[in-house]
Design a protein around this ligand. Structure first.
Ligand SMILES: Cc1ncc(C[n+]2csc(CCOP(=O)(O)OP(=O)(O)O)c2C)c(N)n1
Length: 334
């Protein structure tokens, strides 16, 4: 009887070999993204961030779950909703905030801005603005590592709207045909700007788009960091050992508008509140407490430290210089 009780109490991640340290880091990474972006929203309101600013708030578990399963020599491509993914990859708050502020100390030297975070040393390959534009680049990266005989994998985040683009289908076709070690992670947050997926996409089962290419595929609860990690571990193993691609539909939700300039009148407050009930950060925090891995006071202390880190990032970005005028025409092809 005692034994049974013990078994029933095993954490749901027991099969994943996740150390407590790793679990705590996953929680911390999600909270870091949340606090960084809440602050970015405030700074945007003060006029410190020019251009677009697309927040990731609500989707933290998808990015952290996926990126936590990677090795340091793997590569990441994403669209413009990139701050959270960059932070999850270990890019520092200071460089990220400075990039938002358009400062020379930013991760893209202040000439990329919110949509174009980049860090080659961390395999973070951007930060791309054209919907559906980057999946071919990710496939190219996977082609390159395979060609070089390395066992790195490339992961490619994209919004669900990009799966309606022709180039998405061309990329999946080639990835499967050429057996490329690439994982496509479609973050299905239900909306492409103000358009609900049901108004823009034929068919209900998004992940089945990959069936046309006989690619391994599936849907996962993208609001659950552990489930995301679990699916990714399988896909990464397939890519690393069999050189085969995977398509994962991560069902998630963004709490904020498409970008900071979106008042979000195409959905109801009730809908947003419904999703907040299963908030990825709060839910996982409670689970870690229930499992005896952290205490409420640990979460509070961690929150304070993160807020302090973000505060220092804002001060750093404020104090940093603008890029000099002579870099204005660098990296431009004519
Ligand atoms: C080719 C192209 N068409 C239109 C746009 C304008 N646009 C920017 S974001 C966006 C919606 C994309 O939604 P989704 O891919 O689902 O990503 P999410 O914003 O939900 O993360 C559109 C249509 C664009 N950037 N590129």
């Amino acid at each position: 009887m005692k034994e049974e009780k013990k078994k029933a109490k095993l954490a749901r991640w027991v099969d994943l070999n996740l150390s407590n340290e790793k679990l705590i880091k996953m929680y911390r990474d999600m909270l870091h993204i949340r606090r960084f972006e809440e602050r970015a929203a405030q700074e945007y309101g003060k006029g410190k961030i020019g251009g677009f600013c697309h927040l990731y708030i609500g989707q933290e578990a998808t990015g952290v779950g996926a990126i936590s399963a990677l090795r340091e020599d793997d590569f990441i491509y994403t669209a413009y909703r990139d701050h959270g993914l960059a932070l999850a990859r270990g890019m520092e708050s200071k460089g990220c905030m400075a990039e938002l502020f358009g400062k020379a100390t930013g991760v893209s030297k202040g000439i990329g801005g919110s949509m174009h975070f980049y860090d080659l040393a961390k395999g973070f390959m951007g930060g791309w603005g054209i919907v559906g534009g980057h999946p071919p680049l990710a496939a190219g990266s996977a082609f390159a590592t395979k060609y070089q005989g390395r066992d790195s994998v490339t992961i490619c985040f994209m919004g669900e709207a990009s799966t309606n683009q022709g180039v998405f289908h061309e990329t999946l076709n080639m990835a499967q045909l050429w057996k490329l070690p690439v994982i496509f992670i479609c973050e299905n947050n239900g909306y492409g700007m103000g358009t609900a997926i049901s108004r823009a996409m034929a068919g209900e089962h998004l992940f089945e788009k990959a069936a046309g290419y006989e690619m391994a595929r599936g849907a996962v609860n993208g609001m659950d960091v552990i489930e995301m990690y679990r699916e990714m571990s399988v896909a990464i193993n397939r890519a690393r050992t069999e050189m085969l691609p995977t398509f994962i539909e991560a069902r998630t939700y963004r709490y904020r508008g498409h970008s900071m300039s979106d008042p979000g009148q195409y959905r109801t407050k009730e809908e947003i509140e419904e999703y907040k009930k299963r908030d990825p950060v709060e839910t996982f925090g409670k689970e870690l407490i229930a499992e005896g891995i952290l205490k409420e006071t640990d979460l509070e202390a961690m929150d304070e430290l993160i807020k302090q880190e973000v505060q220092e990032a804002v001060e750093f970005a404020d104090a940093s210089p603008q890029p000099s005028l002579d870099v204005l025409h660098n990296n431009i092809y004519a």
